[in-house]
Design a protein. Sequence first.
Length: 94
Amino acid sequence: MRQFDLYAEQTEIVTIHISVPPQQRPERIDRYLTEAIADISRAKVQVLLQKNLIQKNGSTNIRPSDKVKANDFIIVEIPRPRPLKVEGEAIPLD
């Protein structure tokens, strides 16, 4: 798994492969991906586009307004947060 430091606390990358169905009408890539991927916002998709973490047909030169068309192939790399380490601290209870 590739490591990427999008934000300081995020390092693991989850890769999603999407084959756009033949009956798909042209639609903005940011809108299409928010419908195709659970729990992702258009703002998050736009950040991923800016960081070149989304490929469409092998290219990372994509704007949010670019259209997804039938038979396109999209690869999305989503950084996932590392689990937080929480440690207790001894505090006097006066």
